[in-house]
Design a protein around this ligand. Structure first.
Ligand SMILES: Cc1cc2nc3c(=O)[nH]c(=O)nc-3n(C[C@H](O)[C@H](O)[C@H](O)COP(=O)(O)OP(=O)(O)OC[C@H]3O[C@@H](n4cnc5c(N)ncnc54)[C@H](O)[C@@H]3O)c2cc1C
Length: 269
C-alpha cells in the first residue's frame, strides 16, 4: 500500500475522486427459468463488448424502469442517481457476441424482482460496472462457499475460477428442493443444500456454519447472505473459531426490510 504522506500530521488525506460511472443500455436476448424462483436473463448491447469483466463475485448495477416507464432512461454520468438501481452479479460474459448473463432471484415485491418475474425478450435495462471482484488464492487447500439464493450466481463464478488442485465445500440455503441447481467446478466439489421452508431466511445457513467442522489446511471462506445473518456468521468465524480475517470474505447481499441495500456491506464494522 502507498504510505499516506499525511500520516501523523493530523490532516485528513484528500478523498480520491470517485471514478465516473459509465452507463450502458442492454437488451434482453434470451431468458431461462432455472428454477421456480430463479431466472437467467441474457443481455446484449451495442457497446457491451467494452464491459470489463474482472473475475468472480464482482457486482454490477442495473437500473430498472420506474412506474409508467417502458424502459429506464439512460442516466447522465454526472446526473442524479437513478431511483430504481439495484446490485447484481455478472454471472457470465462473452465479449465476442457480446452477451452477459444475470441470474435473478424472484423473492417477492421489489422493482428488480418484479421486473425479472415478467421479463421478455427485447426489453431493456441500464447497466453500470463492474465493481470489485473476489480474489481467488490458487494456493489455498480448501474453500468454503456459503450463502442463500442471491449468492448462487457469485458462488458459481468462484467455482468457475477455482483450480483443480483445491477442494470446494458449498453450503447453500434455498426455499425448497425445487430451487436446487447443478453446480460445476474443476475443484473437488461437495455441495449441501439447505431447505428454508418456514424458517427465517438464513437461520439454517447460520446453524449449518456453526456446526460445520472446518477441514485442516489453509482454507478460505466466502459468505453471501442477508446482512444480519452474515454479521453473526462473520463474528462466529472470527471470535469463536479464531479464524484470521484475511481468510474470510463476507458480503451482505440484501437486508430484511431494506430496499436497494448497499453493495459494500462486508460486515467489517
Ligand atoms: C454484491 C451483490 C450481488 C448481488 N447479486 C445478486 C444476484 O446475482 N442475483 C440476485 O437475485 N440478487 C443479487 N443480489 C441481491 C439483490 O441486490 C437484492 O435482493 C435486491 O434487494 C433486489 O432488489 P428488489 O428491487 O427486488 O428489492 P428491494 O426493492 O431492494 O427490496 C424490497 C423488499 O424485498 C426484500 N428483499 C430483497 N431481496 C430479498 C431476498 N433475496 N429475499 C427476501 N427478501 C428480499 C427487502 O428486504 C425489501 O423488504 C446481490 C446483492 C449484492 C450486494
Amino acid at each position: 500500500m502507498t504510505p499516506n504522506p499525511l500520516a501523523g500530521t493530523g490532516e485528513a488525506a484528500p478523498t480520491p475522486p470517485r471514478p465516473r460511472r459509465v452507463f450502458r443500455r442492454i437488451r434482453v436476448t434470451r431468458t431461462e427459468q432455472l428454477s421456480p424462483h430463479m431466472v437467467r436473463v441474457t443481455f446484449t448491447g451495442d457497446d457491451l463488448s467494452a464491459f470489463a469483466w474482472n473475475g468472480p463475485a464482482a457486482h454490477i448495477k442495473l437500473v430498472f424502469p420506474e412506474a409508467g416507464q417502458v424502459e429506464p432512461a439512460l442516466p447522465q454520468p454526472e446526473g442524479p442517481r437513478p431511483n430504481n438501481i439495484r446490485t447484481y452479479t455478472p454471472r457470465r460474459f462473452d465479449p465476442a457476441v457480446p452477451e452477459l448473463d444475470v441470474e435473478f432471484v424472484l423473492h417477492g415485491d421489489g422493482p428488480a424482482s418484479n421486473w425479472a418475474s415478467q421479463v421478455q425478450v427485447g426489453q431493456s435495462l441500464v447497466l453500470a460496472g463492474p465493481g470489485p471482484n473476489y480474489q481467488v488464492d490458487p494456493a489455498a487447500d480448501w474453500f468454503l462457499l456459503a450463502g442463500d439464493d442471491t449468492a448462487i450466481p457469485a458462488i458459481s463464478t468462484i467455482l468457475d475460477a477455482l483450480p483443480a488442485t483445491t477442494r470446494a465445500i458449498v453450503i447453500l440455503e434455498v426455499q425448497d428442493p425445487q430451487e436446487e441447481q447443478a453446480l460445476h467446478s474443476a475443484a473437488a466439489l461437495e455441495v449441501t443444500w439447505l431447505h428454508r421452508g418456514s424458517n427465517q431466511p438464513d437461520a439454517l445457513l447460520e446453524q449449518a456454519l456453526r456446526d460445520f467442522s472446518l477441514p485442516s489446511g489453509d482454507g478460505r471462506i466466502y459468505v453471501g447472505a442477508e446482512s444480519g445473518a452474515m454479521r453473526r456468521i462473520r463474528q462466529h468465524l472470527l471470535r469463536e473459531r479464531g479464524l484470521d480475517a484475511r481468510q474470510i470474505v463476507t458480503r451482505g447481499y440484501w437486508k430484511a426490510g431494506a430496499t436497494n441495500y448497499t453493495d459494500h456491506d462486508y460486515g467489517t464494522d
